[in-house]
Design a protein around this ligand. Structure first.
Ligand code: SAJ
Length: 406
């Protein structure tokens, strides 16, 4: 059974909020998408998108054309409210929930009895209970009269429209009634299983998922540092170890980036520093890997100079935070490129990013041209285009992400 809702207000029209709005609209639910950015609101109301995600443009165009989706700077009365705003961290690696707090403040005047309020933003443990108190402070008459739940998003950029419908969801209310109400709501558009828990466990579940991936990548990155010293091909080693039925090691790279995996583990570490030793160390190992890559490039350059008596030309292959996307947010490759370029104003450095045509800061070079011309080639991201290149023994190749793994 699903509970038919007529109307949903979603606060935050970003990477998750907008796709969710468009999917709800496709399921015949009227959606108002609220955002503080006027340009974003105008773009959506024209039936257009303000970032790239496969198929999203078509979904939004149809949703706006059929009148099911509109964007606005202000919320309005609704049956269900969804909070999907960012939760960054402050400089000391403490979560900053001010966007969630301010979203709650903005919608509180519009709430009425029987409404359902769901937070999807990644949040430290206890946030949903705290936000319930904030609502009751503003609207004491609503105490125990509305439902509130936490349901983390868990979609992978690049595959959002599919995963929104087909990934299992974890749903935790501040009480049992809230959990039940939220489950009925997600049944409107999620085809996969919906798992019940309480709000605190659901919050911790999101942090656990991304911390688990971070720890596993850190293990692979640590192995890559050991193998570099031990003169062992780390890619071959991992392939072989993974032949064991109960071993499944991930791939090393130039570090961990993006807005989720490099951020969420800090939400656990900042609150439970004594207990979260492995989670904290994983963050350090993954950050150190990027620093190590930059040092390797600089050392290769010095060795080249000593041997050849001239400055090398260097190709930095890839800038995105992971393969086959154009997103540079929290990108380790971008960090490495900046670090190498800062200390290298006299070498010829070519920066490559096949998924971006032009960049305001980096002058980009075609990947084939850069590979052909460079003396030192550092692969920072394993983009699919690079697999067309042939290994060249005459170059110094620093393959940080397994482009030529044998
Ligand atoms: N990476 C490696 N080695 C690997 C896998 C990834 O170095 O073997 C690196 C990538 O290059 C990238 C970083 O890790 O720099 C993160 O990439 P990712 O593909 O692991 O994850 P994201 O950030 O795109 O999305 C993650 C997903 N979480 C998990 O897989 C547990 C996604 O499901 C979440 O919804 C998303 O975070 C989020 O929004 O929290």
């Amino acid at each position: 059974m699903e509970k038919r809702v007529d109307k949903v207000v979603i606060v935050g029209m970003g990477y998750i909020g907008l796709p969710t709005a468009a999917l709800l609209a496709k399921n015949n639910i009227e959606v108002t998408g609220v955002d503080i950015n006027k340009d974003v609101v105008e773009t959506i109301n024209k039936g257009q998108v303000h970032f790239y995600e496969p198929d999203l443009d078509e979904y939004v165009k149809n949703a706006v054309e059929t009148g099911k989706l509109k964007a606005s700077l202000k919320p309005e009365s609704s049956d269900v409210f969804l909070i999907v705003v960012p939760t960054p961290f402050k400089e000391v690696h403490e979560p900053d929930i001010s966007f969630v707090e301010s979203a709650i403040k903005t919608i509180s005047p519009y709430l009425k009895e029987q409404d359902l309020l769901i937070i999807e933003s990644t949040s430290p443990v206890g946030t949903t209970e705290k936000m319930a108190e904030n609502v009751y402070e503003q609207r004491p008459e609503l105490k125990n009269k509305i439902s509130m739940a936490y349901c983390p998003e868990r979609v992978m950029p690049g595959n959002v429209m599919y995963e929104l419908e087909n990934n299992d969801r974890i749903i935790g209310g501040i009480d049992e009634q809230s959990t039940e109400e939220a489950i009925l709501f997600y049944k409107n558009f999620v085809k996969a299983d919906l798992h019940k828990t309480n709000a605190r466990t659901a919050e911790m579940c999101k942090l656990t998922e991304n911390s688990s991936r971070d720890v596993q990548i850190a293990f692979a990155n640590e192995l890559s540092l050991i193998c570099d010293k031990a003169d062992i091909n780390v890619w071959e080693l991992i392939d072989l170890a993974n032949k064991h039925p109960r071993v499944n090691i991930l791939q090393p790279g130039s570090g961990v980036g993006g807005h989720c995996i490099a951020v969420d583990p800090w939400f656990i570490v900042s609150e439970y520093p004594l207990e979260s030793k492995i989670i904290g160390s994983a963050r350090e190992v993954n950050n150190y890997k990027s620093f190590w890559c930059a040092e390797k490039i600089q050392n290769a350059k010095l060795n080249f100079e000593l041997k050849n008596g001239k400055k090398p030309s260097i190709a930095l292959m890839g800038l995105a935070f992971k393969p086959n996307i154009d997103d540079l947010r929290e990108s380790p490759a971008k960090y490495i490129a900046q670090k190498v370029m800062q200390s290298e104003n006299d070498s010829h450095i070519m920066v490559v990013e096949p998924n971006i045509e032009e960049h305001a800061v980096f002058k980009l070079t075609d990947y084939k041209k850069a590979y052909k011309e460079a003396d030192i080639v550092a692969f920072l991201v394993n983009h699919k285009e690079f697999s067309e290149l042939e290994y060249d023994d005459n170059k110094i190749i620093l393959d940080f992400c397994g482009v030529f793994k044998k």
